[in-house]
Design a protein around this ligand. Structure first.
Ligand code: SF4
Length: 338
């Protein structure tokens, strides 16, 4: 079987911070936040892997660590057979032509003092992909038209565009160097609902036309369900369930995934769902719960859950989840509404 385009193994990102002067005088230890904890997953060529979870669960950190925009603390990253995690900086810079990112906030991610031609042309100049100014401009014009803007827009500045148009500029910048893999980091969540569908359709068309592979990050299950081939569910830095989109949508097995899916409307004839509300807030990654990290909010938690981390279990082809009670085949909705 062909090697996946991307595979990560045991990927961990820990941020360390020094305590305040008072804290140091009192002998407080260095602060540690494990934003991504021992994540292993792969993405096949041409696939969309959706990554879902609440704000602050580590989704964006995982995406950026895969691209080494944040350096991993531990773990391996392989891209097209190359061990990306050990590449020296100059080789990593060349690799970035093939691995790009579309950011969440089109307002913050574009330099307000540069024209569209400059912004989108920058990757071509950085990677030496065009011969001279004329070819750079031609390549920029071609991608600008592909994302639904006009060549007349090339000499305008970001503030002259709407939110949706700015995101199209960000997409053009990510695609101009003809990458193979894109981390789409909540690319529609800062946009008006009316614009979101247009950008989702654009990303879907571009993926098909340009043979792209996406890690698509979102907290919106409808977006993830619409676009993804497979879905990974993240909670407090860990992937707690991963599987084909249909299995995750129709028969989620981890209690956290079941909670997320209960928010998706389903008509009564298909077996209507009751929304299961999560108890409390996401715990602080500065002081994560012992055992299963979801136990403080899980209605099915037992003493075992509070003391021991569950290991990943295989539930079907490509479907895995980490929970002590998977063998009991419990349905959270039935449990909480019984
Ligand atoms: Fe809930 Fe326990 Fe499963 Fe964690 S291991 S999700 S606390 S039942």
């Amino acid at each position: 079987m062909a090697e996946p385009l991307l595979s990560v193994t045991g990927l961990t990102k820990v941020y360390r911070g020094t305590p305040s002067i008072v804290g140091r005088l009192m002998g407080r230890p260095t602060l540690e936040v494990k934003a991504v904890s021992d994540v292993s997953l792969s993405v096949e060529r041409g696939e969309i892997l959706g990554l879902i979870g609440e704000s602050g669960c580590g989704k964006s950190t995982l995406g950026r660590t895969i691209l080494r925009l944040h350096e991993p603390t531990r773990g391996g990253i392989r891209f097209d057979g190359i061990d990306v995690s050990s590449l020296p900086p100059h080789e990593m810079k060349a690799m970035r032509r093939r691995m790009q990112i579309i950011f969440q906030d089109p307002y913050a991610s574009l330099n307000p003092r540069r024209t569209v031609a400059d912004i989108v042309g920058l990757p071509l100049r950085l990677h030496g992909l065009a011969r001279g100014k004329a070819e750079t401009r031609d390549m920029v014009a071609a991608i600008i038209e592909k994302v639904g803007l006009k060549t007349a827009h090339l000499d305008r500045y970001p503030h002259q565009f709407s939110g949706g148009q700015r995101q199209r500029i960000g997409i053009a910048r990510a695609l101009v160097s003809r990458p193979e893999f894109i981390v789409c980091d909540e690319p529609v969540s800062a946009l008006d609902v009316s614009i979101q569908a247009q950008i989702i359709e654009l990303l879907s068309d571009l993926k098909r036309d340009m043979g792209l592979t996406y890690l698509f990050i979102s907290h919106d299950i409808s977006v993830i369900g619409y676009l993804s081939d497979r879905v990974a569910v993240m909670y407090l830095g860990e992937v707690v369930e991963i599987g084909p989109v249909q299995a995750i949508l129709e028969r989620p097995r981890h209690p956290y995934t079941q909670t997320l899916m209960s928010a998706v409307p389903k008509v009564e004839a298909q077996g209507g769902r009751h929304r299961v509300r999560l108890m409390g807030d996401l715990p602080s990654p500065l002081d994560p719960p012992s055992g299963c990290k979801f136990h403080t909010r899980c209605p099915l938690a037992t003493d075992l859950c509070r003391s021991q981390s569950p290991t990943s279990q295989t539930l079907g082809i490509g479907h895995h989840a980490s929970c002590h009670r998977l063998g009991e085949d419990l349905n959270l909705q039935e449990e909480v509404t019984a």
